[in-house]
Write a protein that binds this ligand. Structure first.
Ligand code: X2X
Length: 335
């Protein structure tokens, strides 16, 4: 990682929290690794680097976090095991994929649960997020308080436009590796294939999958429009990333360093949410200009299809009454 120099500190977007360190350079007390699956230019990667810079400044160089974006350390599945073993210290992972380890963590992805961002942040910064974090804690990981936005997910296709649930019949759709995703697209009649994000572009290019689903911002930043023709505005779920830490590694730092790290990671999460909100204002026009054809859909028809396939009843049972009641207290009745 390029070492911070005086110039970077002085021209950085945020002022260092402490005066510029005038001590001679020395090795950091804690050299930590933070990894993600997002392209280098995604706000997630940009804001994580900013957090690392602020943490280094605020700890006078004692905590140095090296950021590895874009699956540089492997797929989500690989990085989750590295986080658990302590090979990496921080990792942002979709709650839905984290559910392979912490089943409750996919609960924000229940189909059509959230109607808008206000509802999302009230729930995830409130009771629902607190519940999921306590479940994550039971598995030896720590989740920072503030979740990072991925977004409301839309379905893309290279073969035919998806307008109705019937158009999904037998549709070979790539989904991330997560039981909730597979269950949901199976309930909609599609043929989901689990593939880590690191392989999505090539899976679409080689037509292993006809389509995939992701937020518009990521469809743009990962250039998926190059290998897809249509995007259907289903907003079928909201997805976000938990900033996870290995509990042993995190607890090895002194309490004041832990507090600085948590504060700055949470600050960057909130900054990243604002970046995505801003992107959301322009991304559709940009994707249209790049040739992606937008398809409006009858969302209630998709929700109805999930309901009649027994999707909500099945997942209520899986999450349990307590978790389901918390979800419904945030988003309203789902049955
Ligand atoms: O794998 C995906 O599609 C992504 C990037 O959206 C997630 O991390 C869930």
């Amino acid at each position: 990682m390029p070492r911070l120099n005086r110039r970077t500190l002085l021209t950085g977007a945020a002022l260092p929290l402490f005066a510029i360190n005038t001590r001679p350079a020395r090795a950091a007390d804690f050299n930590l690794k933070l990894a993600n699956n997002s392209p280098v230019t995604h706000p997630q990667s940009v804001r994580q680097q900013e957090a690392a810079d602020r943490i280094k400044a605020a700890t006078n160089g004692a905590v140095e976090i090296q950021v590895f974006p874009n699956n540089q350390l492997g797929s989500d599945t690989d990085m989750l095991s590295q986080l658990r073993s302590g090979a990496i210290d921080f990792f942002t992972l979709s709650g839905l994929i984290l559910a392979t380890l912490v089943p409750a963590a996919s609960i924000n992805g229940v189909g059509f649960a959230f109607k808008d961002y206000d509802t999302v942040w009230t729930a995830m910064d409130g009771k629902l997020g607190a519940y999921v974090r306590s479940e994550i804690d039971k598995r030896g990981l720590i989740a920072m308080d503030r979740m990072w936005d991925n977004g409301f997910r839309q379905i893309t296709s290279s073969t035919h436009p998806i307008r109705t649930p019937a158009d999904l019949k037998g549709f070979k759709i790539r989904v991330p590796v997560s039981p909730l995703w597979t269950s949901m697209f199976t309930a909609l009649g599609a043929s989901p294939i689990s593939i880590n994000f690191a392989e999505v572009y090539s899976a679409l290019q080689t037509k292993i999958a006809e389509g995939q689903e992701n937020p518009l911002s990521l469809i743009q930043i990962a250039k998926l429009y190059e290998v897809q023709k249509y995007v259907s505005m289903t907003s079928h779920m909201w997805d976000g990333f938990w900033m996870l830490a290995n509990k042993r590694g995190f607890s090895a730092m002194p309490a004041d360093a832990q507090a600085i790290v948590a504060r700055e990671l949470n600050k960057s999460a909130v900054d990243e949410r604002a970046d995505i909100a801003k992107l959301n204002g322009s991304v559709a026009d940009d994707l249209k200009s790049k040739g992606l054809e937008f398809v409006e859909v009858d969302k209630p028809a998709f929700r109805e299809a999930l309901k009649s396939a027994g999707f909500y009843a099945e997942w209520k049972k899986k999450y349990g009454d307590e978790a389901w009641a918390i979800l419904e207290s945030e988003v309203g009745s789902l049955s």
